[in-house]
Design a binder for this molecule. Structure first.
Ligand SMILES: [Zn+2]
Length: 150
């Protein structure tokens, strides 16, 4: 996992929020000089989630592209399809946050209840366990957090 410390990007992105670390496009940016093991494990879950949705988005974009070719429809606009894998994680994250904000009317709870965050918070203390017993985010493992409580 690539981490940029003392990052100006992290400062800009988190200037309104009460946190100092952010995962952008599979890479972690932090305002801190050092990240705790807990924070590293938290961000590692987000990187895995991002990569899963990037792969799915890429498959979707290629599918749309070939569907268009089939109907003899193509052009430079198709380059815009690359936005699907790049931004799918963030669109999902934002839409889920907004839905939960309407549900709970509490921004902090809405944030905590996003499935991506539930998984990251659940797995961030795995570093305390011996290596052989640690659980990690993998593929679509975040989906199971839609079953637990509300
Ligand atoms: Zn998080």
């Amino acid at each position: 996992m690539k981490v940029y410390y003392n990052s100006k990007i992290a400062k800009v992105v988190t200037f309104l929020a009460d946190f100092a670390t952010v995962m952008l496009f599979g890479v972690v940016f932090t305002e801190e000089k050092k990240l705790s093991e807990r924070d590293k494990f938290h961000e590692a879950s987000h990187v895995e989630q991002y990569e899963t949705l990037f792969g799915s988005g890429l498959a979707l974009a290629v599918g749309i592209m070939f569907t268009c070719f089939t109907f003899d429809c193509y052009g430079w606009w198709m380059l815009a399809l690359i936005a699907i894998p790049v931004f799918l994680f963030y669109v999902w994250y934002l839409v889920e946050f907004l839905i939960r904000l309407i549900m709970y009317r509490d921004a902090d709870k809405a944030y905590r209840m996003i499935a991506f965050e539930q998984e990251a918070y659940t797995l961030q203390d795995e570093y305390l366990k011996p290596c052989s017993e640690r659980r990690y985010a993998s593929s679509f493992s975040f989906l199971k957090y839609y079953n637990t409580n509300t």
